[in-house]
Design a protein around this ligand. Sequence first.
Ligand SMILES: [Zn+2]
Length: 447
Amino acid sequence: MALPTEPQTADAAALSAHRGAILHFLGDPEDGAAPGAYEYFEDGLLTVAGGKVVALGPAAELMQELPAGTPMTHHTGKLLLPGFIDTHIHYPQTDVIGSGGRQLLDWLNDYTFPAERRFGDAAHARAVAEFFLDELLLNGTTTALVFCTVHSQSAEAFFRAADARGLRMAAGKVLMDRNCPAYLRDTAADGERDTRALIEAWHGRNRLLYAITPRFAATSSEAQLASAGRLAHEFPDAFVHSHLAENHDEIAWVRELFPQARSYLDVYDRYGLLRERSVYAHCIHLDEADRGRMATARAAAAFCPSSNLYLGSGLFDIAAADAAGMRFSLATDVGGGTSFSMLRTLGDAYKVAQMFAQPLAPLRAFYLATLAGARCLELADRIGHFGAGAEADFIVLDWNATPLLARRSAQARSLNEKLLLLMTLGDDRAVAATYIMGKAVAHRAGK
Ligand SMILES: [Zn+2]
């Protein structure tokens, strides 16, 4: 990371302008009822003041109205896009990426739980949170819905680090009171008390939001799920964040533990954990009734293709989700997922869709990584697009980041072809800069 090279205004509230190719979404490009689902300006201008978007349009038009002396950054040959929104990721699993050879339940026991144990140490939690946030920003991810560990101090450390950087982040302490090592276990009463204290301390503070975070049905007692449901009811504007229907052994286990439930999803439903702002990672092995229930509850799925492939969990069925009207967006699920890069994750999403013979259109892919995430988090009034008044978290993507990307991009005939190349060949090297509230915070040297 090098110092930003764009003109710096003395006053953060002052108007500044960014010129380059600009793309953002107003709706889902696959939704036939949403004509004009995106805007693309090959030579566009984005103006920002006080950390918010002021205007977006063709440079030739907007330049006319720009007050003389407005600082302007030229992103020549690059693409401006709203920052990526990763709707499911574990910051304490930064150090288990690439730990292989296991499927979900053994992977948790062998790699993840021992790594999470260390987050009882606040200094360790702080150091990993800083590394994790650096990595998100280098990869162009400006908002994420984040799992911490069972330790309150893991959430404290994360929130403190995100707040110091002025980021819009959502996170929560894990609730887990059974079927896990004793060193990672809370109790229903302690989990509820600690969650309540964290909500009071952090939810709505600056740009931070809280997520009530039962790890998954199998690691919480009925008393704990009931307590999570009470919290979800009491704090309707907080998130519920958990895992659902990822792996066959996991599903069989949940069936044994909750024989009265119709399905895995129904366990969460019975405890009041299915509602707007509920985000469930994976949602691979659902039936039609489950998908329909997710849709009516306005709960959202986080599609984690790289994790699903790496852990051999299965393939998320995009067409089935669409048919049911189930909301979903893209997520990395680091450390089951193998990359912080939403571009690489889109590359995996494309391959998963191909296995169903449902090619993922590049424009829709970039929608899933931006506005769809904001919608699933009920934050589309603030992030995920360049509408006037939106928070100016955005990224600058470089079509020429690598020799191969440059060579192939030069041959591309359309925006769709260029986007497909970015998600096939791109990674953190293709993120030239990341802006938070209009300010460059990560900038790749030499680009
Ligand atoms: Zn996960």
